[in-house]
Write a protein that binds this ligand. Structure first.
Ligand code: PMT
Length: 222
């Protein structure tokens, strides 16, 4: 057992995709596997934290020693976050939350018919922005930015707009980065302008580097 700089800390992590139903058999989702968020949860546990992982549907086993809460929709994820956010000292949002959901969920399976159906979408609440608006000064809030262009500028916008302490920017179109793969490539940016480059590495290693960077200004107070 190594050093446990997160012992005594409660950590809240979101991971995986959300699933937004269209009818009883169909849904909208994305390619998130949950690997990045689960790696962060496992690393936090190794570092001694009490970890709550709020996860959309994934094929991953529940990490040992981590309190895992399974949800499907963005709205369910928001409710689970709301129930646990107050007691968390560090919150990391690695989930790929659907920005939109179908306005109505058809109660019966939509039948094939002569004209293709139109699915009207409405916006989901931004869970991370909501935490950012209500967080206390003693809470550390970390988001991800999944970008396909203008990586750092777009990430910086999310860092400020959502009132985060750190953002982990990943170019999800780069080979070996982003959705589903076992590796990632990212740059962390802090609210006070620090940048940490994280070259291609396994998500497990990246999770450790993320905790190391965040720890630079938080673990001291343990
Ligand atoms: O799960 P993997 O297959 O391992 O892939 C990892 C990953 C690519 C999903 C991960 O590294 C990542 O980038 N996660 C964030 C994905 C995302 O939705 O990014 P975004 O730039 O759209 O959102 C910015 C931030 O706001 C994210 O922290 C997101 O969790 C949060 N958000 C977004 C929308 C919303 N309605 N609520 C949110 O909380």
């Amino acid at each position: 057992r190594g050093a446990q700089p997160l012992s005594g800390k409660r950590v809240l992590i979101t991971a995986g995709p959300t699933r937004e139903p269209i009818d009883p058999v169909r849904y909208l989702t994305n390619r998130s596997s949950g690997k990045m968020g689960y790696a962060l949860a496992e690393a936090a546990r190794r570092l001694g934290a009490a970890v709550t992982l709020i996860s959309g549907p994934t094929a991953l086993p529940q990490p040992v020693g981590v309190d895992t809460i399974s949800v499907e929709t963005a709205s369910e994820m928001k409710n689970a976050v709301a129930a646990h956010v107050q007691t968390a000292s560090i919150i990391i949002a690695a989930a790929a939350v659907a920005d939109y959901r179908p306005e109505t969920v058809a109660p019966q399976k939509i039948k094939k018919s002569a004209s293709a159906p139109t699915i009207v979408l409405v916006e989901n609440e931004d869970i991370l922005a909501w935490i950012g608006r209500s967080k206390r000064a003693d809470q550390i809030l970390i988001g991800f930015a999944a970008e396909s262009e203008n990586l750092l500028a777009n990430a910086e916008k999310k860092l400020r707009g959502k009132n985060l302490d750190w953002i982990v920017a990943n170019d999800v179109t780069a080979e070996g980065a982003g959705f589903d793969v076992d590796t990632n490539i990212a740059t962390m940016i802090s609210r006070d302008g620090q940048q940490v480059a994280l070259p291609k590495m396994s998500k497990r290693e990246m999770a450790e580097k993320i905790w190391e960077a965040v720890g630079g200004d938080t673990f001291k107070s343990v």
